[in-house]
Design a protein around this ligand. Structure first.
Ligand SMILES: *Cc1c(COP(=O)(O)O)cnc(C)c1O
Length: 486
């Protein structure tokens, strides 16, 4: 117990005792070496055997196995618990066999960046705290601005993911157009029905639940119909409403469709709307020469979201947003508190904390900077191109085996189904096939419904997905088909 009537000598004695116990928080060099060796062995075993393992396994952690035990336990034992109770079940995002939803990745070099960021614990929220960390993150943003044709003066932020990146962008759009109180009911947002659900979440979070939402028609490949967009805007203007925001996708989650970015950009400009593009999944495919034309017009956006933890293969935890209008972005995020007065200096770069709801944050730039600087860009571009070729390869293999496949995809998300004479039989068969595939788990696929048709979806984006992964997927699918007697 802390007593305030102690003499200095008594305090010293007490401090000695406390220091003996709290010393456990700073392992000795020998202990550190021991931990890191075990961890490193674990990582090698994990990575080297990943391709032999299944990608999806149903199961739940043993009840109580992860409950906090207030007395310490040996590191070895904790690793065993992790392997059994956490790593064993669910989808394996690090595996090349994750072809469901939008896969993750998990570059090893990023884990080294995280290790370094955590050991040094640089304060990446404010320039004054770590000029180097903030500059490093700013250089990543400059690089992304260059890749997407944004001006160097544009602003940006590294976020925890696409959801928060979208939230920051839509907040800036709201603030630019002062969509508040009595204006809300008359303001209009234009969306594709295929927009990611985090966009709809963000609209609600930022208090715009009651704005007018217009769902724009799609063409036969699930891309936003620009002509219909303009018709809707004109009708709304004529009715005295205030259109202020249009949201397009550079790669939808469901089918990987890239909306006609340039046409939408011109319409947004003509009608003075904020133009937001969600490229969380597809963004970095702009690096592949063949795909550049699809992204024409991305530079017209007022705000753009990209997810390095998707199409740059980083482990989960890094998204990005680029925004051209500095005032709009800072309106809700910039704040000066008295206790922050030492940090104010107009001659240095704007700190991440001034353009994001976060103050203290993980130094998440290092996990992106390190792999890019260590490997160079070429392997990333080749890996993205490889995903596109694998998508084509998978589709051709499926077609050869009598499956129907969706139209040639814009990027690396596609779908297929087993055909039958009537739609309800067909849906039932494909649902059963999906279930069997999930039970098998060798490769993880997901499903979706498109205009009432149940289809099995493939999303090829993990950097570890290789030809052998697709061959394994084909074997699994054919095995399931035979077992079901289809
Ligand atoms: C994944 C995804 C998001 C959400 O990003 P998170 O990183 O999961 O928060 C948003 N939009 C699209 C198109 C996505 O694919």
């Amino acid at each position: 117990m802390i007593k305030y009537d102690h003499s200095i000598d008594q305090l010293k004695q007490q401090l000695d005792q406390l220091a003996q116990v709290s010393a456990a928080l700073e392992p000795t060099p020998e202990q550190r070496e021991h931990y890191i060796q075990q961890l490193s062995q674990y990582a090698h075993d994990f990575i080297d055997h990943l391709h032999e393992r299944i990608s999806f396994k149903k199961g739940d952690p043993t009840p109580g196995s992860l409950t906090i035990n207030e007395t310490g336990q040996p590191f070895e034992q904790l690793l065993v618990t992790y392997a059994k109770e956490v790593e064993q079940y669910g989808i394996k995002p690090a595996s090349g066999g994750h072809l469901g939803y939008i896969p993750g990745g998990g570059l090893y070099a990023s884990s080294l960046g995280d290790y370094l960021a955590d050991v040094t614990n640089e304060y990446a929220g404010i320039y004054f705290g770590s000029p180097g960390a903030v500059t490093l993150e700013e250089e990543l943003l400059h690089w992304m601005k260059k890749v997407f044709g944004f001006p160097r003066e544009a602003m940006g932020n590294l976020t925890s993911g696409g959801s928060i990146a979208n939230l920051i962008a839509l907040t800036a759009a709201r603030d630019k157009y002062k969509v508040k109180s009595e204006r809300i009911a008359n303001s209009v947002i234009y969306l594709s029905p295929q927009v990611h659900h985090c966009v709809t979440k963000a609209i609600r979070i930022i208090g715009l639940e009651d704005v007018q939402i217009r769902y724009v028609n799609l063409d036969d490949r699930f891309r936003l119909d620009a002509q219909h967009l303009e018709t809707l805007i004109e009708a709304d203007k004529a009715a005295g409403l205030q259109p202020f925001l249009v949201i397009a996708s550079a790669g939808t989650t469901d089918t990987g469709a890239v909306d006609p970015l340039e046409a939408i950009g011109h319409i947004a400009q003509k009608h003075q709307l904020w133009y937001h593009i969600d490229g969380a999944y597809g963004g970095f495919f702009i690096l592949v020469d063949d795909k550049k034309p699809l992204f024409k017009g991305v530079e017209l956006a007022d705000s753009l979201v990209i997810d390095p933890h998707k199409s740059l293969f980083l482990p989960y935890g890094t998204g990005a947003v680029l925004i051209k209008d500095k005032e709009a972005l800072m309106h809700s995020n910039h704040y000066t508190a008295n206790y922050m007065q030492d940090t104010i200096d107009d001659s240095v770069p704007i700190s991440p904390a001034e353009v994001s709801p976060e103050l203290t944050k993980h130094f998440r730039g290092l996990r992106m900077w390190l792999p890019l600087q260590l490997h160079g860009l070429a392997p990333f571009v080749a890996c993205l191109e490889e995903k596109l070729v694998l998508t084509d390869y998978f589709r051709k293999c499926l077609e050869q085996e009598g499956f129907k496949i969706g139209p040639t995809p814009d990027l690396s998300v596609s779908y297929f189904w087993l055909p039958a004479d009537d739609i309800s039989t067909q849906n039932r068969m494909n649902e059963q096939l999906m279930e069997r595939i999930h039970q098998d788990g060798s490769v993880f696929l997901s499903s979706t419904s498109l205009d009432g048709m149940f289809v099995i979806r493939m999303a090829i984006l993990a950097f570890r997905t290789k030809q052998r992964t697709i061959d394994k997927a084909m074997e699994m699918i054919l095995r399931a088909k035979i077992e079901l007697g289809f």
